[in-house]
Write a protein that binds this ligand. Sequence first.
Ligand SMILES: [Zn+2]
Length: 306
Amino acid sequence: MIQTTLDQFFPFVGQELKQQSKNPTFQLPQDSEFANLHLAPYPFVGRKICPSCSMSYSMYCPYCTIPLPDYQPPKITLPLSVDIIHHPKEKRTKSTAIHLCILCPEQAHMYEFPDVPDYDPNTTICLFPSPQSEDVTDIKDWNQINKVVFIDSTWQQTGGICIDKRIQKLRKVQIHKQQTKFWRVQDKSPEYLATIEAIYYFFKEYAVSSAHMSGNTNYQYNGEYDNLLWYYVYQYERIQSEYVADKDKQVSKKLKQTYIRARRSKSEADQSGRSSEDGNEGDDVGQDKEQDGKLSDSKMDKEDDG
Ligand SMILES: [Zn+2]
């Protein structure tokens, strides 16, 4: 039996968070970019042993695709079933699409390419941005559609998946451009979303589009699918809190511009005589040097998720 303590697994977390541990939920910082989301409370209990494979992770087991004890996620019911086509070269520990499979175990299924079902193109659509893709907000026949496919791979791997005949024949749809909040270094545009971000924005646009299609033109999205980001947001904020609390934790220039963002910069600026460029390039959470360009950046660091 492993004894978990806050200090053991969150050694750099500040006093404020340690006090919150008496209350077993992690509060989003007031200035969180996600503060306006309707998220279920997140328990703050450190790493746990997976009851199925006995490996230690926090929040969920990416291999057994189950929540860990005391990390019961919110329940979400999706209006469409979801298939994730996961490239086998992508580590499951780094896939944010796993979040969906745990949050919606009855409606979301992951397939390891090339083990892909033969879909009915009349009822299945595939999220894939391209000049030929239909905007989700323009779709008028939602009542014909019962499944959406998301591809969970790097941009390069996506090409190989899309020329597969079973995927090629599907209607391609796209969401409006969004900026990623992903914490992992990537060299491509900030519009390359993590897979769970793409899934979240898809269902947000679906909610509006399908309501308008059925005549409910007054409908406005009111957070129904925000909990799709439950794992994502708390993982993001938990790691940020470690960097903010420990000013000496090394972080690369790239992450200073992206993941650590303004909070760390503000914190550093408060320390006189210290340049924000002082840090070396050594340790940056979620860094993946081999990663170069993702359509839906699905990577997630082992340190981050488990
Ligand atoms: Zn497991």
